[in-house]
Design a protein around this ligand. Sequence first.
Ligand code: HEC
Ligand code: HEC
Length: 204
Amino acid sequence: MKKVLAMAAVIGMVAASSAYADNSSVSVKAQKTASTVCAACHGANGNSVSPLYPKLASQHEAYLAKQLHDFKSGKRKNAIMSAMVMSLSAEDIQGLAAYFSAQQEKPGSATNPKLIAAGEKIYRGGVAETGVPACMGCHSPNGAGIPVLFPRVAGQHAAYIAAQLKAFRAGTRANDPNKMMRQIALRMTDPEIAAVSQYIAALH
Ligand code: HEC
Ligand code: HEC
């Protein structure tokens, strides 16, 4: 398994370096940091296989850069990630954001497909009784998001999506502009969070 992962990382690096031979926005340094440091958790090319770690591949460049700056300033709190970004310069952050946004995301899948139908209703129509808005209004109908403000969510691990919604609800994640996600998550129940997370994971 380890060998396969290492191979995948090497193949990814070679593919990435040829793809960006003429693109100075993805630096050799960023590719190296991504494959030697970030890949340990976020997977080769940002396609993490563990639900504990978010996928970064295909995420918008501006969103990725914002999150890295927020971890660095303490606006978004996470012990692991704040240690990771401590020594990164603004240039390093830009390079890493460009690198991961240019990687192709592998489609995800639900871990509990029974919840997909209930999740679809919330994603597409919200919850009228409690004032939860449709997620697709900001994250787009196919989950690709709308740069620069609204991140891609499609194909993300359900466990990570659910954890972020609960963090917004508890206020332990508070780096969303104008409290947009905190106000929405406050209105959501645990079963609604579980259902919409399953739908998002399977969305592509
Ligand atoms: C030891 C594991 C680990 C390593 C290594 C690691 N990360 Fe992370 N990363 C995490 C965890 C855990 C989270 C989720 C944090 C949370 O729950 O708020 C995360 C979240 C992120 C996010 C936010 C994603 C989103 O959708 O909001 C970005 C961006 C990110 N990491 C980039 C990086 C980069 C770039 C590197 C390499 C310099 C890196 N990470 C190295 C564990 C790691
Ligand atoms: C009014 C616009 C808006 C609506 C509606 C909305 N979101 Fe968001 N969402 C945002 C913004 C803005 C962010 C980025 C916050 C940041 O910059 O850190 C975000 C971030 C997220 C994240 C974190 C992604 C990551 O990679 O860490 C999740 C998960 C999420 N939204 C889920 C949902 C769900 C589920 C719904 C529907 C119930 C929803 N959102 C509705 C604006 C919206």
